[in-house]
Every structure is written in C-alpha cells, then in structure tokens.
Ligand binder design. Structure first.
Ligand SMILES: [Zn+2]
Ligand SMILES: [Zn+2]
Length: 151
C-alpha cells in the first residue's frame, strides 16, 4: 500500500496533467470530467483537494474570470485577463502593462501594491466584427484570443 503522501502526490500529478491536456483555463468540473474519461469514478473531492494543494504550491493559478466558477491554469508569468462578455474568450494581459500600473501607483500615489489581479471585461475583436454571429456561451478559450501564448 502506498503511503498517504505518495497517493496524494500521484493524484496531484493526475490533476496537473489533466490541466495540461485541457490546455486552457478550465473549471474544477471540466478537470473532473477530463479525469473521468481515463479513470471513471475519480472522486470530485480529490480534484478539489488537489487543486487547493497545487494552487497553494504555486504550480497552478486560480483565477476569477468575472461571474461563474473559478478557473485554473498552469502557472506562468501572466496572471491578468481580459474576458469577452459575448463569447467568453480569454486573453492574457502583458505583464509589462501591469508593472507600469503598479509603478504609477507607487510613484504617483505612494501606494505600494502587494497583490495585483487585473480583470478587464469587454468585447473581443472577433465579436465586435461579427455582432450577429451565433455564440457558444460556454466559457471556452479560443487560443487566437491570446495576445501572447504561455509556455
Ligand atoms: Zn490565464
Ligand atoms: Zn468574443
């Protein structure tokens, strides 16, 4: 029998790999569904526990993309998002712009940022060019919406 710690590590690896396979911002539900494909009956509570641990250790980001459930993604430099309110597409905001905002606060207002999380809600290029197009309201991520692909 594996030590409990070992089992937890294996579960975390499985959850992490599921996020890699999904390759985008995904909800705990989507991760659970992905794990179900390979291993029916994979407990949902395990998914939540593993996500908590992965988030705490910094290998996964938990992000709020407006209303709706928390989304998870692999940790990268980019943690700031612009979300299209029509199609739900998500774009990463370049870190340099956020650094600029932070130094403006610090130098202009003597406000020292400790934690910054920027969320801009708007309408993406595709949706503003095609106002009548049928839209899948599900919050899937179109990679073409990304300003900069993460590694
Ligand atoms: Zn993201
Ligand atoms: Zn859109």
């Amino acid at each position: 029998m594996l030590a409990p710690g070992m089992r937890r590590t294996a579960q975390r690896t499985m959850v992490y790999d599921a996020i890699v396979r999904l390759g985008r911002h995904c909800t705990a539900e989507e991760i659970a569904a992905e794990l179900h494909k390979g291993k029916p009956g994979f407990p949902r509570s395990t998914v939540y526990r593993a996500l908590e641990a992965l988030t705490a250790s910094g290998s996964v980001y938990a992000t709020h993309l407006g209303d709706g459930p928390t989304h998870y993604e692999l940790a990268s430099g980019d943690h700031h998002h612009a979300v299209c309110q029509v199609c739900g597409g998500v774009m990463h905001i370049q870190e340099e712009l956020i650094t600029e905002l932070e130094s403006h606060l610090e130098q202009g207002h003597h406000f020292r940022p400790v934690r910054t999380e920027v969320l801009v809600v708007g309408v993406c290029d595709t949706c503003s060019r095609n106002p009548g197009r049928p839209v899948n309201r599900r919050r899937t991520i179109d990679p073409t919406h990304h300003v900069k692909e993460t590694a």
